[in-house]
Structures are given as structure tokens and as C-alpha cells.
Ligand binder design. Structure first.
Ligand SMILES: O=C(O)c1ccc[n+]([C@@H]2O[C@H](COP(=O)([O-])O)[C@@H](O)[C@H]2O)c1
Ligand SMILES: Cc1cc2nc[nH]c2cc1C
Length: 339
């Protein structure tokens, strides 16, 4: 993992060319077992698909023994322009709240017995203001991606990715506009909470960023470098590292989806090991998911971030795997199957 630390984008591209695929035999075995369990065929709906997807990526009968939520926290130069309803100090304060156990993500992790790791990404060194300059250099961006890969260190068997960063919905909106087309106004939403005037200001600033970097946005990694942020780059690295180790991933809301979209633009199959935990209430999230043909597990009107939507979906994944592993077969339970 450390061998690519700080190396430039070509090394990331090389990694993408060597991504492993799913284990089709393990998926076949899981599907076969599914048919023998004491339930009408298909009656567990999407839970059956999830168990088979877990088997395909884990390459065995699926288990969830070491699920982890990784929260990447970063600060953004563009936040100084007032793109968020909250002050930049909230990012650091929430990181301390995570450590103290006082945030929503702490409670959801406790509920579903998920590990929690918080990565503080140089909060006192915000990335460049994207409306005036690139967010960071190629070296810094690639090093941050490599740092994000460290979230695989404890060998999780299910990885949820979340983020914390005041201003990052503006940055994510800029990334979506660059990757999927359209103007800033098409992708900008209320974030932590804006009134109509605040929303208009935010869209104008994101549009300034898109205009400034226009002509340099055909390469998705350059989109990340110019318009991204540290938590987004780290999330890209984490998704990619999980793929190399065949660890299934659950993506959280609007901002982590922007990280996923960078990989999708490089190679649509790069997200085959990912589930999208929920559709956030942030305007534009549903459209971004649709552009990638992704169907989220939950729709709860949440727009918090922190990995909360992914962590709730991890509870469902755990239930899907528990049913798959623990249910009796028709033969074992002496229940008559249909003809
Ligand atoms: O995940 C989402 O869909 C989501 C939607 C709106 C806000 N957030 C969280 O709120 C912060 C970004 O909002 P803002 O208004 O500061 O850009 C950041 O810490 C995110 O975790 C997250
Ligand atoms: C309080 C607060 C908590 C958060 N958690 C994720 N983003 C957040 C933004 C704010 C403002």
C-alpha cells in the first residue's frame, strides 16, 4: 500500500487496469444455497441480491465479522467564500465530537456493532479555493488518495465510507457538473441548510470554479485535483484499495458519491464492488446515482453525511448475510418445498 504513497496519477491509472473482478463461482454457490433456504424463491428480495453480491466480492460464503465505517474529514478553501451555512470550525469540532462518541454516526455504529475510524486530513491546511485555483497539486492529491487506502489496514470485511467537511457539498456539486455536464445550478443544493439567497450565492461560486477550470476537465483525475478536496480524494483511494483486496464497500451520501463518480468516469466497472447506502435529500444526489445506474438501498430523507446512510445500510447487509448463513434449508427443517 505504501509503495504508491505520493506517486502521481499514472500509478492510480495502472492500479485501475489491474482491478480484480468478482468470484463467479462463489456467487453461483450463494445463489444455489439461496434456493434451498426455507423461504419461497426470491422472497427476501434485494437481501438475496446483497448476499450474492457479498459472496462474489468476498470470494466465499459471505460473512460480516469486521465491518468498519471510515470517516474522512477535510477542509476547503472555498468555504471561506460562504458556500456553507456553517463556519469552517465545525469540521474540527465534529471530529472531536466523533472521538467523544457524541455524533449520530457513533450511535448508529453502536447500534449495528460497526467499527469507526476517523481520518483527520490536515484540517488546518484547507485545499485551495476552487473558484480561484486548483484544490491541490497532483502529488498532494495522489498522496491523499494513498492515505485513504490506509482505512483497509484492519482488514475489514465490509467497508462503509463517510465524510465530514464544511463546504464539501459545493465541491461535490462542482465535480458532478464537471463529470456529468450541466451548470452549477443543476447540481448545487442546500447542503447543511441554505435559504434561496444562500443557494443562489453558492451556485454562483461553484459556477465561477467551473468557468475557471473549463478546458481542463476531460480527465476525471484532473477534475478531482482541480475541484475536489482531501476527504473526497481519500474516499477515492479507499474505494480503489477495497477493490484491490475485494472488500465490499457501502458508499454514503452526496459527497462520497462524488468520489465514486470520479472512479466511475475512469471505468464504470470500478464501482462493481460498491453499494450505495441511501439517496440523500441533497438536491442532485438522485440524479448523480441515476447517471451511474445505481439504485440506493435506503431513502430516509437524510442529509447528514458522516457515513450515517452507509452505516444504516450496513445493518441491512448484516441482516442479509445472517439470513443467508443462518437459515435452515428445506431439507434440514423438514419443510416441504414446492414441486
Ligand atoms: O451526505 C450528504 O448527502 C450530505 C448532504 C448535506 C450535508 N452533508 C454534510 O454537511 C457538510 C457539508 O455541507 P455544506 O453545506 O457545508 O457544504 C459535510 O460535513 C457533509 O457531511 C452531507
Ligand atoms: C453540526 C454538523 C454536523 C455534521 N455532520 C456532518 N456534517 C455536519 C455539519 C454540521 C453543521
Amino acid at each position: 500500500m505504501s509503495s504508491i504513497t505520493g506517486l502521481p496519477f499514472d500509478d492510480i491509472r495502472a492500479l485501475l487496469r489491474t482491478m480484480p473482478g468478482p468470484d463467479t463461482q462463489a456467487r453461483h454457490d450463494a445463489r444455489h444455497r439461496q434456493e434451498e433456504l426455507t423461504k419461497p424463491s426470491g422472497s427476501l428480495g434485494r437481501l438475496e441480491e446483497i448476499a450474492e453480491w457479498m459472496a462474489a466480492w468476498q470470494g466465499r460464503a459471505p460473512t460480516v465479522d469486521r465491518p468498519v465505517v471510515c470517516v474522512f474529514a477535510g477542509n476547503h478553501g472555498v468555504a471561506a467564500r460562504g458556500v456553507s451555512a456553517f463556519p469552517v470550525s465545525v469540521t474540527q469540532a465534529m471530529v472531536e465530537n466523533f472521538a467523544a462518541g457524541g455524533a449520530a454516526i457513533n450511535q448508529i455504529c453502536a447500534t449495528y456493532d460497526l467499527g469507526l475510524k476517523v481520518f483527520d486530513l490536515a484540517l488546518d491546511v484547507p485545499t485551495g479555493d476552487i473558484s480561484r485555483e486548483a484544490a491541490f497539486s497532483e502529488r498532494d492529491c495522489a498522496a491523499t488518495m494513498a492515505f485513504g487506502m490506509e482505512c483497509l489496514a484492519g482488514e475489514p470485511d465490509l467497508l462503509c465510507i463517510g465524510e465530514m467537511g464544511i463546504g464539501n457539498t459545493a465541491v461535490a456539486a462542482a465535480i458532478f457538473a464537471a463529470l456529468f455536464g450541466g451548470s452549477a445550478a443543476d447540481w448545487v443544493g442546500a447542503g447543511t441548510g441554505h435559504d434561496a439567497a444562500g443557494l443562489q450565492r453558492k451556485a454562483a461560486i461553484v459556477q465561477e470554479a467551473l468557468d475557471l477550470h473549463a478546458g481542463h476537465l476531460s480527465d476525471p483525475l484532473e477534475v478531482l485535483r482541480r475541484l475536489g478536496g482531501r476527504e473526497i480524494a481519500a474516499a477515492v483511494g479507499a474505494i480503489l484499495a477495497a477493490r484491490m483486496q475485494r472488500v465490499p464497500v457501502i458508499i454514503d451520501g452526496f459527497t462520497v458519491t462524488a468520489a465514486a463518480a470520479v472512479l466511475h468516469a475512469l471505468d464504470p466497472s470500478a464501482l462493481d464492488h460498491c453499494l450505495f447506502g441511501h439517496v440523500s435529500a441533497e438536491r442532485g444526489h438522485q440524479a448523480a446515482l441515476q447517471r451511474m445506474n445505481k439504485v440506493p438501498l435506503l431513502a430516509l430523507g437524510m442529509r447528514l453525511g458522516e457515513g450515517t446512510g452507509a452505516a444504516l445500510a450496513a445493518g441491512l447487509v448484516k441482516a442479509a448475510v445472517a439470513c443467508h448463513a443462518g437459515m435452515a434449508t428445506f431439507a434440514q427443517a423438514n419443510v416441504a418445498n414446492r414441486d
